[in-house]
Design a protein around this ligand. Structure first.
Ligand SMILES: [Zn+2]
Length: 183
């Protein structure tokens, strides 16, 4: 993906308030991140250990999500698979939950996904980071196809986070219209 600035990232959050997006921790070393090898940039909040964030590009525009870990520590012995990049880790996959965008999120609705605990999916897919001997499936897909699959999985996750918000927005608009009609 193309490199993003701190301002672009803060402006891209879809599932937290503007105030939260302004205050949350954005990495200081953005210029040194390997953007060319990233389908998304993910990072943990150094000030709030259960919080993490990711930013990606959807239809040419940056989209960022606020996430938090489910609080369930992964068992060291348990092998689980990342739902984005399909890398298997022993004890290294976190159940992350994203508050839904808009009103649904304010009411406590979340969407969950199992994601590589270090949020380095892009690097596992490209073989730039090693998840151990059984970390990656042996597949006949090309690298490009694996990247596309990861991007599609992430887009699906983001769609789940934002989907109901649109429905709610429509419902709200209708409620306003109805209220106006009766008034
Ligand atoms: Zn992953």
């Amino acid at each position: 993906m193309k490199p993003l600035t701190e301002q672009e990232i803060r402006a891209a959050f879809v599932n937290c308030t503007k105030g939260e997006a302004k205050r949350l921790s954005v990495p200081r070393d953005l210029a040194e991140r390997p953007w060319a090898d990233l389908d998304f940039l993910g990072w943990w909040d150094p000030k709030a250990p259960e919080r993490a964030y990711l930013v990606t590009e959807l239809d040419g525009r940056p989209v960022a999500l606020a996430l938090r870990s489910s609080g369930v520590a992964p068992s060291q012995a348990r092998r689980s698979m990342c739902s984005l990049c399909l890398t298997t880790h022993t004890g290294g996959v976190s159940l992350m939950v994203a508050p839904k965008a808009g009103k649904a999120g304010q009411q406590g609705n979340t969407v969950g996904a199992y994601i590589c605990g270090d949020l380095a999916c892009s690097l596992y897919v490209r073989g730039k980071k090693n998840a151990g001997p059984d970390g990656r499936l042996h597949e006949s897909l090309t690298l490009e196809e694996k990247i596309q699959r990861t991007v599609a999985n992430l887009a699906g996750f983001i769609a789940n986070v934002t989907a109901v918000a649109n429905v709610t927005a429509v419902a709200d608009a209708k409620a306003v219209t109805d209220a106006t009609a009766t008034a």
